[in-house]
Design a binder for this molecule. Structure first.
Ligand code: ADP
Ligand code: MG
Length: 337
């Protein structure tokens, strides 16, 4: 398993810089997730690492070796796409075996490796089926199997679960996490879904317009977002962000408070408003409260809460959980002021 380093890697299409220049070190065996909104350059970055696109500038190192000019096949990486890219006329067995056949491996080795991969992915009973006879999740497992048999130095996943329904996505997410533990493999996983990023990653790289906003473990990003962008992107429901006088009180341009860091009362508190919507999930209640002069604030209450639209409610932020940001959208750390 390999380490991967990007040194001032940039990419322009025509005149427009999609990736202005990016540095990143990925450790051996790490599961790193690139997350960011659609169009921020996640796939482009992955394709640069894979060698499917040429860099405009900078260097790519795999285990310290410069691979910037090497064709994809020589980089030792396997990529798994959202679209599965299976051969419809071939059986599962032949789909998984395909890269080994192309590499001219002998029959016995091919059979052993295909069966090993099928066992890891729970596909033993499906080896003689065609892709059309499989569910979406099984098809994606075949695509992953094809990546596994190549024994890559790292796996690259580009939104592999986006075509699956919600329940299946949760299942496959757990399977990929398990696969990572089992193989101890270096994996780069691209998604626009922050929940997927939070649940899978050893470290998350938050991308915004081709730039790295922040790199850190899921809980580091949750607890200490370095920028307004990260604060708004990580966490669901989103962090409440308030400007104006409320922020000035705390010496900030913007303050942020997560929905679960607000306490609710019918009699007293910091902000008084009226409930515009209450979402009763059973495990949690999300309450949207319209506060005059501030706007809508989202609060999260564990368990069931008996509130309805129109109810008057007081909200009080837990000040120890307040996030402060300056005029550039950068977090103000307590030790800075
Ligand atoms: P993401 O995967 O984060 O949704 P992409 O990496 O696919 O984003 O795209 C980033 C930006 O680069 C987009 O604005 C997209 O239109 C542009 N882009 C990607 N590939 C090409 C290409 N081959 N030619 C021109 N522009 C491209
Ligand atoms: Mg993409």
């Amino acid at each position: 398993m390999a380490s991967i380093a990007l040194k001032n890697v940039s990419k322009s299409f025509g005149g427009s810089a999609v990736i202005p220049g990016l540095d990143l070190e990925i450790e051996r065996g790490e599961l790193i997730v690139f997350v960011g909104p659609s169009g921020c350059g996640k796939s482009t970055l992955l394709r640069l690492i894979a060698g499917l696109e040429d860099v405009t500038g900078g260097e790519l190192l795999i285990d310290g070796r410069d691979v910037t000019r090497l064709p994809p096949a020589w980089r030792g990486l396997s990529m798994v796409f959202q679209s599965y890219a299976l051969y419809p006329h071939m059986s599962v067995r032949d789909n998984i075996a395909f890269p080994l056949k192309m590499a001219g491996r002998d029959k016995e080795t091919i059979q052993r490796k295909v069966e090993d991969a099928a066992r890891v992915l729970n596909l033993q009973d499906y080896l003689d089926r065609k892709p059309r006879e499989l569910s979406g999740g099984q098809r994606q497992r075949v695509a992953i199997g094809r990546a596994i048999v190549r024994e890559p130095v790292a796996f690259l996943f580009d939104e592999p679960l986006s075509n699956l329904d919600a329940a299946l996505r949760v299942n496959m997410r757990m399977e990929i996490a398990q696969l990572h533990r089992q193989l101890g493999a270096t994996m780069i996983y691209v998604t626009h879904d922050q929940v997927e990023a939070m649940t899978l990653a050893d470290r998350i790289v938050v991308l915004n317009a081709g730039r790295v906003e922040q790199v850190g473990s899921p809980l580091q990003l949750y607890r200490k977002p370095a920028t307004l962008f990260v604060a708004g992107f990580i966490g669901s429901p989103r962090m409440n962000l308030l400007g104006g006088a409320e922020a000035s009180k705390y010496g900030a341009t913007t303050i942020g408070i997560r929905p679960e860091n607000l306490s609710l009362s019918t009699t007293q508190g910091t902000w008084r408003g009226n409930v515009s919507l209450a979402e009763h999930l059973g495990s949690d209640t999300f309450v949207y409260v319209d506060v005059d002069g501030i706007g809508t604030i989202t609060a999260r209450s564990a368990g069931e809460l008996n509130v309805s639209p129109g109810d008057a409610l007081w909200l009080t932020p837990d000040e120890t959980c307040l996030h402060r940001f300056d005029a550039h959208g950068r977090a103000i750390n307590p030790q800075d002021s």
